[in-house]
Design a protein around this ligand. Structure first.
Ligand SMILES: Nc1ncnc2c1ncn2[C@@H]1O[C@H](COP(=O)(O)OP(=O)(O)OP(=O)(O)O)[C@@H](O)[C@H]1O
Length: 268
């Protein structure tokens, strides 16, 4: 059966999209113990768009990203990146992990963190040349962090660290950007800087997928949304899928009155 999916330009046939989608998962099930953290999740990310993965705490959002990247072994299911196995497409993916999962005490300068994004271009034994440094500084400039290049990463604020990890992702020149809560714990200025960089990537034809918590900005920031709570609850364009019914189905009683008040006027 051919299903029509909304793209930024219009409707496209789902069978076509599945073979070219930047990220397609089928029946993905992952378990850390007895109970699955995600169960039989399907996802077909639309190219050249911004997609949010939302759901309550513990819903399996980070697990979905990690399993899709091949960082966790699923119990069942497959992932393809641009129609190919993940291992064949690593150089097309940039991943920005959740800030809380990174050891910020490692003694590395900001510029070296960004240069790590260039390691595929450098090769394992490749020498860092002036052109690589210039590129790393240009990526830092895109996130407003060029003046911090020689600072130790552990000496930066949380928001500044987040910007540096986005700069590393930019250095990779990827086609698919996967970000786990890029706005967690950042101030309004940093959030604005990050969303502007992500939208410029999208406008350049790149695909951005982010785990996102702030329901009040989903409409403003994203084109498509996946609501999950262990299982996939709903998916589609923000206009179609980001509805009160779907949010209640995903969050259940955890969507408190104040959150609903904040959402008033932003829901489809
Ligand atoms: N390394 C782990 N070992 C055991 N259980 C885990 C591990 N990582 C996650 N879990 C469990 O798997 C489930 C999904 O976790 P996950 O981090 O994917 O959720 P999430 O939706 O990203 O949550 P949050 O919004 O709180 O970041 C949770 O019940 C969590 O406790």
């Amino acid at each position: 059966m051919a299903i029509a999916l909304a793209t930024r330009e219009g409707l496209a046939d789902a069978d076509d999209i599945r073979t070219t989608s930047p990220l397609a998962v089928r029946g993905l099930t992952v378990s850390y113990g007895q109970k699955p953290a995600i169960f039989s999740v399907d996802m077909t990310v639309v190219p050249g768009a911004m997609t949010a993965i939302i759901g309550p705490n513990g819903a399996g959002k980070s697990t979905l990203l990690k399993a899709a990247l091949g960082l966790l072994k699923p119990l069942a299911g497959q992932t393809t990146i641009f129609g190919k196995p993940v291992a064949q497409c690593r150089d097309r993916i940039a991943y920005v992990p959740q800030r809380a999962s990174v050891d910020w005490d490692f003694p590395t300068r900001v510029i070296d963190v960004v240069l790590m994004g260039l390691y595929r271009q450098l090769g394992l034994l490749g020498r860092v040349r002036a052109a690589h440094r210039s590129k790393a500084i240009a990526c830092l400039a895109r996130v407003g962090m060029e003046d911090f290049a020689t600072r130790q990463i552990g000496q930066l604020s949380g928001g500044q660290q987040q910007r540096v990890f986005l700069a590393r992702a930019l250095a990779q020149d990827a086609d698919l950007y996967l970000l786990d809560e890029p706005f967690a714990g950042v101030d309004a200025a940093t959030e604005k800087a990050i969303i502007s960089v992500l939208k410029s990537l999208r406008d350049a034809g790149k695909t951005v997928v982010a785990v996102h918590h702030d329901l009040s900005t989903v409409r403003e920031y994203f084109d498509h949304v996946y609501l999950i709570n262990t299982r996939l609850v709903a998916a589609g364009s923000v206009e179609d899928a980001f509805t009160e019914d779907n949010l209640q189905a995903a969050y259940g009683g955890r969507l408190a009155g104040t959150q609903m008040d904040q959402l008033n006027g932003t829901l489809g």
